[in-house]
Design a protein around this ligand. Structure first.
Ligand code: S3P
Length: 177
């Protein structure tokens, strides 16, 4: 049977890091938060990487980390990714190889309210972040959908309900393999 790993994808502010920590706590899985790992390796915040290397530099770091994780033969691991992880088709292929891919989604209003105070998301440091959210959501939604094995709308669900849904669905998925 394939190894049990869970990969969280979704737009900024949909709770990937929080739910990743909760899955770690519930299942005793190892957690790899790719944004946190990229920051730790670079020795600076994502906003500083964007300033120094542009978005392209960040995407290169992100893709090479995914390649590296694929080679690691991970087991009992939850990987929480950055919101743009699905922008490269190759990344999506790798994420689906790593594990059961869960898309955490929410509507633009929820995302706006959850992200408006955070200054470490360079993509949303725009004159009109709400418009950026609308545009990027429209562009990225089909990519999340294609990459995911499961979609969960997090609006109206508490953490425990989201985690229970993910854990049960992942069990079911792995039992079928
Ligand atoms: C990004 C999302 C961020 C981070 C970077 C780019 C994006 O992660 O990877 O700022 O393009 O959506 P979160 O989704 O964890 O905020």
């Amino acid at each position: 049977m394939k190894v049990h790993n869970i990969v969280l994808i979704g737009f900024m502010g949909c709770g990937k890091s929080t739910i990743g920590r909760e899955i770690k706590r519930t299942l005793g899985y190892q957690l790899i938060d790719t944004d946190a790992e990229i920051e730790a390796r670079a020795g600076c915040k994502i906003s500083a990487i964007f300033s120094a290397e542009g978005e392209h530099g960040f995407r290169e770091r992100e893709s090479s980390l995914f390649e590296e994780l694929r080679e690691k033969d991970l087991k009992r691991t939850v990987v929480s990714t950055g919101g743009g992880a699905i922008l490269r088709a190759k990344n999506c292929e790798i994420l689906r190889e790593i594990g059961y891919v869960v898309w955490l989604c929410a509507n633009a209003d929820t995302i706006y309210h959850r992200t408006k105070k955070n200054r470490n998301r360079p993509i949303l440091q725009a004159a009109d972040p709400r418009q950026v959210i609308d545009e990027l959501l429209a562009q990225r939604t089909p990519l999340y959908r294609d990459c995911a094995h499961l979609a969960i709308d997090v609006g109206g669900l508490n953490r425990a309900e989201i985690v229970a849904g993910i854990v049960e669905s992942a069990r079911y998925y792995y039992a079928q393999l």
